[in-house]
Each structure stands twice: as structure tokens, then as C-alpha cells.
Write a protein that binds this ligand. Structure first.
Ligand code: LLP
Length: 422
């Protein structure tokens, strides 16, 4: 459930009419709902109850400082994949001791910074990374807490670009080799294997791949225990899907319950701390992208609604053929309904936000692209020299600009000309 809904034909974000946000801050513009973000985060913590746990929000989904700060205030941890994300978490008041660091290509200077601020754990994705981390930690006279990201070889049954837990994917350490790598980790002086980690994909709409992955990790944990390697936490990554177009993914509550049941059947006494790295399920439906119709262009085979947001603002439809609902911000005006491709200003045929949508719109109308709070602004670019949009957070009847729209001069900031003569 989210807090974007119609009241008497007018679309609101919490208690703010979205048209008012567009008036004030212009379009295109991302709008996030504080209450929705908080509700989605709490769905996880409430489901886990008294079982030891840490929800490490996946910063990549939406890294706006205001979003991170709200979650930090609720006690969230963070899953990061770069030093940039780490610095954002710190700038937003996040606790480094609740940060886990994922990603296949961690650089030595990123490791150094993470060790200096004292993160909770490195999710190590390969043997060479483990060796590098050990060397970096040794140079700082520290011991790095590590979790190996194991690739359990389960099919997440999601879009191939966001499926990560198969043998053919670049992520993680093959489950068959995991014991060997754990033994190496246990033997190295400057890393300490404290956890086990997996992330099998994103936008999962069924429980079974998660449970299959858990079962495989539990078998591995038993094998590690036999070898005297004691693991304190189990990190199941992110991946829980959201309803974009009638999908019915399990709610965080059902997901957490099913996992806890499976865990206690295995060995209730172990009381492993559970970590999760949810991104989409917290942020996606907590945001919309507001865009205005510039022109209606009837065509011979298609009608186009040309809007002021393009693939540079929201790339999911173009990149993954993702379907996101597109709805008018005000339904009170009389309009004829027609079927449109909702397309942006970018000079690419692939620049669309939605295809074959039945819409009652006119030029000048405001539309909201729903479910845009995750993998929206963070994937925006300046392609076609288009400034990135503003980001706004609504909180009850209040509206806060949480990132100003880029200015034209921001586009070439940092660029320079060659000298006049050689
Ligand atoms: N943990 C790791 C290690 C990940 O790679 C990801 C996402 C997450 C957690 C968070 O997963 P989530 O709960 O959001 O599913 N841009 C794509 C999604 C890419 C996901 C990448 N990894 C999209 O727009 O659909």
C-alpha cells in the first residue's frame, strides 16, 4: 500500500495535490512519500519481531540523502556498492557499523575507507577480492569482517538483466567452491568470516526461489560448522518484488515469516542474525515521476502523447521493457480517451515511458508515472543534455525539495576547453 491516491478525482501524494508540486517545482519531477517509505521499512522490522535482524536498505534503489536520512532515523542499516554510496550514507547520518558493502569490483581505496569508518561487513564476491581485502586490512592493522556472497544457483524467474543467482551470472562465489574459500578466509589473518550472503535477483514475485536459496545456504552452514567456522549472520540480500502491473509478490511479512519458519525447523537454537538488503520493496511504490504532456500527436498507426520526461529521467521502460502505470494527476476535466504511446523528448525510438496506454489526456495535462521511487532518479542521465529532474518529498501536508532540478550550467560543470594555441 502507498500514499498516492485520488481524492475527488485529484491525485494526491499524502495530503498534497500533485498538481501543486508540479506548479511549485516544475516537471519532470520525482515525488516521494515519507509515510510510504517508513511503512515499507517497518513492514520488514515488524515481521522479524524479536528475531535478531538488521534491514540494510539497498542504497542503489534511491540514494537521495533525505530518503537515507529517514531510514537511518528508523534504525536502518545500508547495503552499499561503492564509496560514493558509503559517503552518502555518512552524509545522511547513517551508522557505518550497520553498513554492508556488496559489489564485484571493490577497489583498494574503497576498502580502506570502509575499514576506516568501521563498516559491519564486506560481502566478498571472489577469492581475489578476499586476498585484496586481507592485504588492505593488514596495511591498516585491522581485521575485516566478511561474508562470502555465495551464488546458490537458483533461478529467480525474473528479468534476465536482474537475475543474479545463476551459475552463468558474474556475481558471487559458486556454492560448490564456498567451503574452500571460507577455509581460506579463516586462515587469513586480517579477515574474519562472520557471515554468509546471497542475492539471487530483483523483482521476485514468488517465495520459492528465496526458500530454495535459504535451504542451500543452510546446508553450507552445516558444512562450515563441521570445519569449525562459526557464522553469526545470514544475509539474504534484497529482491522482493512489488506490484507494477497486477503482480502479487509476497508481502515482507509473509516472506519473513516463511524464512523464520524454515530457520527454526533447521535449528531454532542457533538464532542467526538475519540481514536483508531490500531496495525496490521499500522505495518503488513510495515515488512517482510527474511529467507534463507537451503535445498530442496522432499518427497513422499510433497516437503519441509526447511528454517532458524521457528515458534519461526514467530508463526502466526502455531498458527492461518495464511496465509502470501512467495516470493523470487530475481526472475532473472532460477528455476523450484514446490509446497512446507515451514517449519522451529524447532522440531515440526506444525513448518511451509506456506503450499502448488508454488515457484521457490533453496537451498541458500532468501525468504521474507510478512505482518510480526505486531505480528512477538514480539511473537518470544527462543524455541529450537534459538536466536531471528535481526530487521532492511529501510529508503529510508538507512538501520538501530534497534535490533541486539541475541547472543548465550544471551540465558542463567540470568540463574544460583546450588552450587556444598548442
Ligand atoms: N543487494 C544486492 C547485492 C543487489 O545487487 C541488489 C540489487 C539489492 C540488494 C536490492 O535489490 P531489490 O530489493 O531492489 O530488488 N535497475 C533494476 C534493478 C537492479 C537491481 C540490482 N541489484 C531495475 O530497475 O529493475
Amino acid at each position: 500500500m502507498d500514499h498516492f491516491e485520488y481524492r475527488d478525482g485529484v491525485l494526491y501524494g499524502e495530503d498534497v495535490p500533485l498538481a501543486q508540486v508540479a506548479e511549485r517545482f516544475g516537471t519532470p519531477c520525482y515525488v516521494y512519500s515519507r509515510a510510504t517509505l517508513e511503512r515499507h521499512y517497518r513492514a520488514y522490522t515488524e515481521a522479524l519481531g524479536s528475531h535478531p535482524h538488521l534491514i540494510c536498505y539497498a542504497v542503489k534503489a534511491n540514494s537521495n540523502l533525505a530518503v537515507l536520512n529517514l531510514l537511518a532515523r528508523l534504525g536502518a542499516g545500508f547495503d552499499i556498492v561503492s564509496q560514493g554510496e558509503l559517503e552518502r550514507v555518512l552524509a545522511a547520518g547513517g551508522d557505518p557499523a550497520k553498513v554492508v558493502f556488496s559489489g564485484v569490483a571493490k577497489q583498494a581505496d574503497e576498502m580502506t575507507r570502509a575499514l576506516e569508518v568501521g563498516i559491519k561487513c564486506f560481502n566478498v564476491e571472489s577469492l581475489p577480492e578476499l586476498e585484496r581485502l586481507n592485504a588492505v586490512a593488514a596495511s591498516l592493522d585491522k581485521v575485516a569482517p566478511v561474508s562470502l556472497r555465495v551464488n546458490p544457483d537458483v533461478d529467480a524467474r525474473t528479468h534476465p538483466y536482474i537475475s543474479t543467482g545463476l551459475k552463468a551470472n558474474k556475481f558471487g562465489i559458486a556454492i560448490d567452491q564456498a567451503v574452500e574459500v571460507y577455509e581460506r578466509a579463516a586462515a587469513l589473518p586480517n579477515v574474519d568470516p562472520v557471515g554468509i550472503d546471497c542475492h539471487i535477483g530483483s523483482q521476485l514475485t514468488e517465495l520459492s526461489p528465496f526458500l530454495d536459496a535459504l535451504d542451500r545456504l543452510l546446508v553450507l552452514l552445516d558444512r562450515l560448522k563441521e570445519r569449525g567456522i562459526h557464522i553469526e549472520h545470514l544475509d539474504l540480500g534484497g529482491g522482493l518484488g512489488v506490484p507494477y502491473q497486477g503482480e502479487t509478490p509476497p508481502a515482507p511479512f509473509d516472506y519473513a515469516r516463511a524464512l523464520l519458519e524454515r530457520l527454526s525447523a533447521w535449528d531454532g537454537k542457533r538464532n542467526l542474525t538475519l540481514l536483508f538488503e531490500p531496495g525496490r520493496s521499500i522505495a518503488a511504490n513510495a515515488g512517482v515521476l510527474l511529467t507534463r504532456v507537451e503535445y498530442l500527436k496522432p499518427g497513422e498507426t499510433k497516437n503519441f502523447a509526447i511528454v517532458d520526461a524521457g528515458m534519461n529521467d526514467l530508463i526502466r521502460p526502455s531498458l527492461y521493457q518495464a511496465w509502470q502505470a501512467i495516470i493523470p494527476a487530475d481526472t475532473r476535466m472532460p477528455r476523450d480517451t484514446a490509446t497512446y504511446d507515451v514517449v519522451g523528448p529524447v532522440c531515440e525510438t526506444g525513448d518511451f515511458l509506456g506503450k499502448d496506454r488508454d488515457l484521457a489526456v490533453d496537451a498541458g495535462d500532468l501525468l504521474a508515472v507510478r512505482s518510480s521511487g526505486a531505480y528512477g532518479f538514480v539511473m537518470a542521465s544527462n543524455y541529450n543534455s537534459r538536466p536531471r529532474p528535481a526530487e521532492v518529498m511529501v510529508d503529510g501536508d508538507r512538501t520538501h525539495l530534497v534535490r533541486r532540478r539541475e541547472r543548465l550550467e550544471d551540465l558542463w560543470a567540470g568540463e574544460s576547453l583546450l588552450p587556444e594555441s598548442r
